[in-house]
Design a protein around this ligand. Structure first.
Ligand code: MLC
Ligand code: AMP
Length: 502
């Protein structure tokens, strides 16, 4: 029996007493103990009546058990569907309905709000918390750690990760076992991860960066992770002397730079700092080098593709660039019809390789719009490529705000605002933000005679939109700037409000 994802990432560590997780209280969990836990969860999931191929939606806090559920899904061939813990019940409703999930695993604190969602779509609801409690944990406790791993192959679906769309609803990116393994193998080698590495892990595990990049690479290499619940600079500083590597979004680096304790001595054991998910300012890169002697390695990826390009481990880590295409990945800068442009010209970046996803869950048209027949995926990012293959991301062809590494689609926020009483129309834009890189802001036009306030608008959208999507600033204006075609001039708004958070 073979199951490439489970065997290569997890199964080969069975019985090993090597450290896998170092938890915030200092407790160490061995690879063997973790896999025992995952085996119990695998039995628990099948015991609930789930079958290979069923989707398991999880909205739970980061913990060893949360990761064990991921391992259990790989082992049973269930499709893992992690959800941002910030999503509201209204947002989760869509993901459960669209995916047809058979099970929703929620934090106990959210169970009440999510029970009606689960009932509506005939999904089971179980709970799991970050302290080893919850109904699923109780079921797992009574199970055997042994489980007959389900046969799978590289084309089988391993996970669905939802990414918002520039128009309409979120799309579920289908990632196969092969997508995940091939990318993790390439990154392990490219970034030289070994069993001696200890990764300082403070990213969430419901997105590509923390789950498929950080965790999968550590598992493949057989190293350990210092597994922190979230970004907390004091905790990073406390644990850094025991780590060898860290991965973060740019906010990790700007917050560390704000702390006077960041210096050469603090980072003496570290061999690698990786940044991605949002643009790292060249200035942040330089300041970090001046303070620590480390050159942050910036790479570029997406939910649909995992990682596409990376600066080199040895050689020139160029500030402001995302490096060259990874081994096995083809990248080209193209015009709208997919024709490659001469080097140095700005166009849309397209990528192809074993890392590229299988399409959007039950959305064949959306898949066709973004995934060409020849296998190239249209990223929607505006880029240039130098003669030496270095890629620079210069902007986005898609209307998207990236706030602290989370994607916010203006269209979704505008629809929520426009649905409120007294609103005529709105435009949501990304504005430079010193901590989050970019933050969403809304410019809102009231209906004639209506009185709107920023507070009322925020209160109105709060039940339906996760907090990180909510505008950090709201301006009420008489009209939106439009061009002769009647299209809202977002570039003009961005220029007008660019200093809002500076
Ligand atoms: C939290 N908040 C945010 C936010 N995160 N607001 C906007 N943008 C964000 N990213 C809000 C909370 O709702 C709360 O609001 C307040 O900020 C403080 O919450 P917190 O939990 O204390 O936030 P903090 O710890 O400061 O988190 C900021 C952060 C975090 C940047 C560290 O968001 C984070 O870890 N981001 C990483 C995202 C990530 O992993 N992206 C990878 C996607 S994969 P209030 O009002 O209630 O106080 C991908 C592909 C690739 O993109 O290439 O990797
Ligand atoms: P997501 O859909 O959450 O996976 O976000 C993917 C998007 O994040 C990409 O399309 C880029 O716009 C952006 N992104 C990821 N890494 C980088 C980077 N290093 N520099 C600039 N943008 C990035």
């Amino acid at each position: 029996m073979t199951n490439p994802l489970y065997d290569r990432l997890f199964g080969r560590h069975a019985g090993r007493d090597t450290t896998f997780l170092i938890l915030p209280d200092g407790t160490r969990m061995t690879h063997g103990a973790f896999l025992d836990r995952a085996g119990r969860f695998a039995n628990a999931l099948f015991g609930l009546g789930l079958k290979t191929g069923d989707r398991v939606a999880v909205q739970i806090d980061k913990s060893a058990d949360a990761l064990a559920v991921y391992a259990a899904c790989a082992r049973t061939g269930l499709v893992f569907l992690p959800l941002n813990t910030a999503y509201t019940a209204a947002e989760v409703d869509y993901f459960v309905s669209n995916s047809g999930a058979g099970l929703l695993i929620a934090a106990p604190s959210k169970a009440e709000a999510l029970r009606s969602v689960a009932n509506r779509y005939h999904a089971r609801l179980e709970t799991l918390d970050d302290a080893g409690g919850g109904s699923l944990s109780a079921i797992a406790a009574g199970q055997s750690p042994d489980f007959d791993t389900v046969d799978r192959d590289l084309n089988d679906l391993a996970a669905i990760l939802y990414t918002s769309g520039t128009t309409g609803r979120s799309k579920g990116a289908m990632l196969s076992q092969g997508n995940l393994i091939s990318n993790a193998e390439v990154l392990r080698d490219h970034w030289r991860f070994t069993a001696d590495d200890v990764l300082l892990h403070a990213l969430p595990i419901f997105h590509t960066h923390g789950l498929f990049v950080g965790t999968n690479i550590s598992l493949l290499a057989g190293g350990a992770m210092i597994f922190l619940p979230k970004l907390d600079v004091d905790a990073l500083i406390k644990w850094m002397p025991q780590a060898t590597a860290m991965m973060g979004v740019p906010t990790f680096y700007t917050r560390l730079l704000d702390d006077p304790r960041l210096d050469h001595a603090l980072t003496a054991t570290m061999r690698l700092f990786v940044s991605g998910s949002a643009p790292l300012l060249a200035d942040t890169h330089r300041q970090f080098f001046d303070r620590t002697g480390h050159r942050i390695l910036e790479r570029y990826g997406m939910t649909e593709t995992n990682m596409n390009t990376s600066n080199p481990y040895d050689g020139d880590r160029r500030p402001g660039t995302v490096g060259t295409a990874l081994p096995g990945v083809e990248a080209k800068v193209c015009g709208p019809d997919g024709t490659e442009l001469p080097r140095g010209e700005v166009g849309i970046l397209e990528v192809r390789g074993r890392n590229v996803f299988k399409g959007y869950w039950q959305m064949p048209e959306k898949t066709r719009e973004e995934l060409r027949e020849d296998g190239f995926f249209i990223t929607g990012d505006l880029a240039t490529m130098g003669e030496d293959g270095y890629v620079t991301i210069v902007g986005r062809g898609k209307d998207l705000v990236i706030s602290g590494g989370y994607n916010v689609y203006p269209k979704e926020v505008e629809e929520a605002i426009d649905a409120l009483p007294g609103v005529l129309e709105s435009a949501v834009i990304g504005v430079p933000h010193p901590d989050l890189g970019e933050a969403p802001m809304a410019v809102v036009v009231p209906q004639k005679g209506a009185h709107l306030s920023a507070d009322a608008i925020l209160a109105g959208i709060a039940p339906s939109l996760a907090r990180f999507k909510q505008p950090r600033r709201i301006e009420i204006v008489e009209a939106l700037p439009r061009n002769t075609m009647g299209k809202v001039q977002k570039a003009q708004l961005r220029a007008q409000y660019k200093d809002s958070f500076q």
